[in-house]
Design a protein around this ligand. Structure first.
Ligand code: GLV
Length: 324
């Protein structure tokens, strides 16, 4: 009898067609995302789940699914999944590292440049009809902050952090980095988190969200940042205290922030960050290029096919489930 697999969204890429040869596949086709309730209703009886980062796979859901044998998420981050609960059941969890590194680093850089040079504010200025003969150009018109030659502090020097460092060196930036376990990367000075915050003109966050990184950029650490600095977050919203950040931006202590991720997504329209002109925002699009999303989907499907054919997943978050 073929195993049953639920895929919670239509996926791009080439490999999805192959998955159906290995299982009885159900793809959630309704418009919009599958709700938590919908997932609870669709998953019983399934042996596999191919999900997105918007699907919460918590301990309760896992406990309620006795047939579940694998989970494959089309994401690199897995903070939406209770990994210890899966591991305790011996269930492998797949994710999609590597293929999104350059795309996400590009997004971090795009947001950093946009915040530094006030690109979004300037765009709104024109569209609102505010660019007139009287203010056509002035020496202090939309002045921002130089990226070239500035100091960039990278919080989390994994693959994405290192890709951001490479881009920064092309801009003649001095690159500092903090990583929990010290990593020596040519051209990057390893420093303490405190030194990084005190010395950097731009701080870019590239950490996974976990119990040890949740709220890492709290009010105390935001207050350590250099006056006039810019914070960029393309990692996870939960790493940054949003109200402390909003206060630092509103008071002018920080020049700007650029955020692709929020504590709660979609971000609430009354989030104070959205009222600030010096905040550039994006709706969690760090890896959103057509090619990268297709590559991520292909890896998610490869992980699922491996699980269905009794092989270890090529990109497994909890490979300890394979050791006896
Ligand atoms: C995106 O945020 C991902 O984790 O893939």
């Amino acid at each position: 009898m073929k195993k049953r697999v639920l895929v919670t969204h239509q996926l791009p890429g080439e490999r999805i067609r192959e998955l159906s040869a290995h299982c009885e596949m159900t793809i959630w086709m309704d418009p919009g995302l599958l709700t938590a309730q919908g997932l609870r209703e669709e998953l019983p009886g399934c042996h596999g789940l191919v999900c997105l980062l918007t699907d919460r796979v918590d301990a309760d859901l896992i406990a309620a699914m006795p047939d579940l044998e694998f989970v494959s998420s089309m994401s690199v981050g897995v903070d939406h999944v209770d990994v210890p609960a899966l591991t305790a059941r011996g269930i492998p969890l797949g994710h999609t590292p590597g293929v999104l590194v350059n795309t996400t680093a590009d997004t971090a850089f795009a947001l950093m440049l946009a915040a530094a040079r006030r690109v979004v504010e300037a765009d709104h200025f024109i569209r609102m009809g505010n660019w007139t003969k009287e203010n056509a150009w002035a020496p202090d018109f939309f002045t921002g902050k130089d990226v070239s030659g500035a100091t960039l502090g990278i919080v989390g020097l994994g693959e994405i952090g290192q890709a951001v460092a490479r881009r920064a060196s092309g801009f003649g930036m001095k690159v500092l980095a903090w990583n929990r376990s010290v990593r020596e990367v040519p051209g990057v000075e390893s420093v303490s988190l405190e030194a990084l915050l005190q010395r950097s003109d731009f701080v870019s966050v590239h950490l996974a969200l976990s119990d040890s990184t949740r709220g890492l950029m709290d009010a105390r650490r935001i207050a350590m940042m250099k006056p006039g600095a810019v914070l960029v977050n393309t990692a996870r919203g939960g790493i940054v205290d949003e109200s402390a950040l909003a206060q630092a931006l509103a008071s002018g202590r920080l020049a700007a922030a650029a955020l692709d991720v929020f504590e709660s997504e979609p971000v609430a329209m009354d989030n104070p960050l959205l009222a600030l002109p010096n905040v550039v925002v994006a709706p969690h699009i760090g890896s959103a290029t057509t090619q990268t999303r297709a590559s991520m989907a292909d890896i998610a499907i490869d992980n699922a096919i491996a699980a269905l054919t009794g092989e270890p997943m090529p990109h497994c978050v909890n490979p300890e489930v394979y050791s006896d």
